[in-house]
Design a protein around this ligand. Structure first.
Ligand code: 5MM
Length: 344
């Protein structure tokens, strides 16, 4: 027990609420600039602020979104009404979170495998983010699938990073989102993805145990078990749902209250259908929900186009997409619910 027990319990209860998920709006300046430029939207501090404000202030969104992961720039920004984002979100019934990793670096002497940096000074940064209102945090580790990767070295380095970060978060009263992302890039089969996901999750939970991370106050944000985006063998939502739940049951303790998936480059419709397919399976001990960035935002950003006159239309598209994912998180989504509004 630490002084922050009440904070951690209250944050995890809010983020695990049935039918709700998390919005990842923590794209670093480089990533959001790439997304904006693809749509001919200029990326400035102000356009990034305006876009994040559009998402946060979507009328009714707190029914489907319990928390938003912010990038540090947004945590320190004021919305157009003069309120700082963390304050604005809390008033809207949404918990503010913060991405705390500092991106990926190559692991020398490997086939371009990567690990995540940002542990130096993290304790101090977490205390500062907590004082600024952040209730939860996110750290992403990345794994590449090939015949020879991920290597044991990459598994160990990334698991240690995730667990060190998670323990520091809890010591500062912040709920950690532990995000081991197995990239969808490649021609691998769903079977190979199953094998890799089992090894990755096993190594992550072993490290969390060694670092005495309290699983009851931890959120897992994994990728789904799915075929590679260049694979010639495609899989159905039912196959993805079953394969993902099979591996989660082998590796993730029931003490984890909620698993919130990343979308990882799947289409918005696939990410929703695949999540639904997991939730129609009986007997899952955890809440299975979403923490999508692209799958929640893609159609919304395309509708907005950087133009203030499109804000209401973009918010409508975002709300509809969030609603469909909320339905999928309780196994009540059907492909026939997709309309032109949800797909813009
Ligand atoms: C928002 O994208 C996050 C990574 O951003 P940077 O590469 O700019 O640091 C990423 O961690 C994201 O939160 C997750 O991958 C989920 O996003 P998707 O688009 O996969 O749902």
């Amino acid at each position: 027990m630490n002084n922050y027990t009440k904070d951690l319990e209250s944050t995890i209860a809010t983020l695990s609420a049935k039918g709700k998920g998390i919005l990842a709006a923590d794209e670093s300046a480089g990533t959001i600039t790439k997304r904006f430029e693809a749509l001919h939207i200029s990326s400035t501090e102000d356009t990034r602020r305006a876009y994040r404000e559009l998402l946060a202030t979507t009328p009714g969104i707190s029914e489907y979104i319990a928390g938003i992961i912010l990038y540090e720039e947004t945590l320190n920004q004021k919305a157009s009404n003069g309120q700082l984002f963390p304050e604005l979100l809390k008033k809207l019934g949404i918990l503010p979170g913060i991405k705390v990793d500092k991106g990926l670096v190559l692991i020398p002497n490997t086939a371009e495998e990567q690990t995540t940096q940002g542990l130096d000074g993290l304790n101090e940064r977490l205390a500062e983010y907590k004082a600024k209102g952040a209730c939860f945090a996110k750290w992403r580790a990345v794994y590449h699938i090939s015949n020879n990767t991920p290597t044991a070295l990459a598994l160990r380095a990334n698991a240690e990073g995730l667990a060190t970060y998670a323990a520091l978060c809890q010591a500062n009263g912040i709920v950690p989102i532990v995000e081991p992302e197995i990239l969808i890039d490649g021609d691998h089969t769903i079977e190979r993805c199953s094998e890799v996901t089992e090894s990755v999750l096993h190594s992550v939970f072993h490290a969390l145990h060694k670092h005495k991370v309290k699983l009851e106050w931890t959120i897992l944000k994994p990728s789904m078990v799915i075929h590679g985006n260049k694979s010639t063998t495609k899989t159905t939502a039912e196959q993805v749902g079953k394969a993902t739940v099979t591996i989660l049951r082998r590796t993730v303790p029931a003490a984890i209250p909620t698993i919130n998936f990343l979308s990882g480059g799947q289409t918005p419709e696939d990410a929703t259908a695949n999540l639904n397919a997991m939730n129609v399976l009986p007997g899952n001990p955890w809440n299975l929900s979403y923490s999508y960035a692209r799958a929640l935002q893609d159609y919304c950003m395309k509708t907005w186009k950087g133009d203030a006159k499109n804000v209401a239309a973009a918010q409508k598209v975002f709300l509809e997409r969030a609603k469909l994912n909320s339905l999928a998180s309780v196994g009540k989504y059907k492909a026939s619910m997709e309309t032109e509004t949800t797909t813009a």
